[in-house]
Design a protein around this ligand. Structure first.
Ligand SMILES: NC(=O)c1ccc[n+]([C@@H]2O[C@H](COP(=O)([O-])OP(=O)(O)OC[C@H]3O[C@@H](n4cnc5c(N)ncnc54)[C@H](OP(=O)(O)O)[C@@H]3O)[C@@H](O)[C@H]2O)c1
Length: 430
């Protein structure tokens, strides 16, 4: 299709919007050669015209009226870089209804409302791309939808939240406490003033819901993704994990259970130090997956930030522009053509780490081991340390066991008179 130019409208000029503009300006010549046509940023909607910006833009491009982007007949592609569900969702639907292709980095909107948006785009033969929504600069959505499309994915494990990974890395390396590291992360801008979304796992929950839907070609309702954050991880857990040959990471796990069932969960987990994800440190993200044809594949890089996420957004823009040039838009739409069951967490089979404080007396270990045995929980290793005159700490790592059995055994153990407290328990990934 012969074109003079492709016109782009932006909603948002914050961290990602600025990175998007900066990447286009830095590499414009090469990008336009790749597309075969000039691209033009036509309008940028923001909330506040007078706010200082991370990059210099022609002030005449800015508007506080998103409709100037959404209703402009000359705009071909709308980039939604605002975030949250509303008004972003309404803006995206309006853009599609007006015949515009959409690129977004909005994980929350896609995880909660992606299905309807993708259906609308497909009905109108429009592109809707969202590479920047998961793991920032790391390409994972396009690779799964294209280069890895021939595979049946068997499992995917990701470290997809930079804030929690930074906190856990510092806790591990400096033997620091969670609260202290969180405070410093906030001071350095690695954690938000309200860190709930990251710390309690919701950000990772959105991302793993998106990745699982694509990996297993079946829509995953974000509310069905089991989610635990990192607040309960202590320095003591980190120390024991290291002593036993593990580290602790916030992981998103999605795995094929059988042809009709998948597992999707987010929680802190012990990973063996030799695991490919164990050395993903600081704000870095990594995603490991296994396909039936390709085998093991690992993606690693910057999971957030202005330029890395701008790289993903502009990659999507280039893809859409190429489709426009070839008259081939709407080529790859929603790939969720199956309806699979999400396995409830109680049915998950995995290994567990348990830390408890008990009376320092003979036969205590045997009493607890009996309860574990009654619930078919078998022990792989145990460490016991005296903590005070009459108190000791016991750490168990189990073999694989049904989570329901694990929980039932812990309920019973907590009621034993010799047990002072169950301090923590976490899943162990192999
Ligand atoms: N930050 C990252 O590293 C990162 C990484 C991956 C994905 N993402 C996703 O990218 C999206 C944007 O994140 P961000 O970090 O760039 O956010 P941000 O820095 O807060 O920027 C949001 C932008 O949207 C504008 N905006 C908000 N409401 C608006 C409205 N009603 N009309 C017009 N403009 C509006 C804001 O305008 P003003 O500037 O005038 O306030 C601001 O420019 C989110 O979905 C986020 O989850 C972010």
């Amino acid at each position: 299709m012969l074109r003079d130019s492709i016109q782009i409208g932006l909603l948002g000029l914050g961290v990602v919007g600025s990175g998007t503009v900066a990447v286009i300006e830095r590499n414009r010549e090469m990008i336009e050669k790749k597309i075969g046509c000039p691209i033009c940023i036509r309008r940028i909607a923001v909330r506040d015209l007078n706010k200082p910006r991370l990059i210099q833009v022609d002030r005449r491009l800015l508007t506080t009226d998103p409709n100037e982007v959404l209703d402009d007949p000359k705009t071909d592609i709308v980039c939604e870089l605002i975030g949250g569900v509303e008004p972003a969702l309404s803006f995206v639907m309006r853009a599609l209804k007006n015949g515009k292709h959409v690129v977004t980095a909005n994980k929350e909107m896609i995880a909660k409302e992606g299905h309807g948006v993708l259906e609308e785009a497909a009905r109108r033969n429009l592109d809707f791309q969202f590479e920047g929504s998961v793991a920032g600069g790391i390409p994972i959505i396009q690779p799964m939808k294209n280069a890895l499309a021939a595979n049946r994915i068997e499992e995917l494990i990701g470290i997809v939240n930079g804030t929690t990974n930074y906190i856990l890395t510092r806790m591990a390396n400096e033997r620091a406490d969670f609260e202290q590291v969180l405070k410093e992360a906030q001071q350095r801008g690695y954690a938000e003033a309200d860190p709930t979304n990251d710390i309690d796992g919701y950000d990772a929950q959105y991302k793993i819901a998106i990745l699982s839907s694509i990996a297993f070609t079946s829509r995953v309702d974000v509310n069905s993704v089991y989610c635990e954050g990192i607040r309960k991880v202590t320095r003591a857990d980190m120390d024991y994990a290291h002593e036993l040959g593990y580290t602790i990471k916030l992981v998103g796990v999605t795995r094929k259970v059988d042809e009709q069932t998948v597992q999707v969960r987010v929680h802190p987990a012990l990973l063996p130090l030799a695991h490919p994800l164990a050395s993903t440190n600081d704000v870095y993200n990594a995603i490991y997956l296994r396909g039936d044809a390709v085998g093991d594949v690992m993606f690693y890089g910057r999971g957030a930030g202005s330029m890395p996420t701008g790289s993903a957004v502009v990659g999507d823009i280039i893809d859409v522009c190429r489709n426009i040039m070839l008259g081939a838009t709407g080529r790859v739409g929603c790939t969720c053509f199956e309806r699979k069951r999400i396995q409830p967490i109680e049915e998950v089979i995995t290994r567990y780490y348990i830390r408890m404080q008990v009376a320092d007396r003979p036969k205590v270990l045997a009493a607890i081991a009996t309860v574990l045995g009654d619930h078919e929980v078998s022990i792989e290793s145990v460490v016991q340390k005296s903590r005070a005159a009459d108190l000791s700490e016991i750490v168990w790592v189990t073999h694989e066991v049904l989570e329901r059995n694990m929980r039932n055994s812990l309920d019973e153990i907590a009621r034993l008179p010799v047990v002072k407290s169950i301090e923590n328990w976490m899943r162990v990934e192999s």
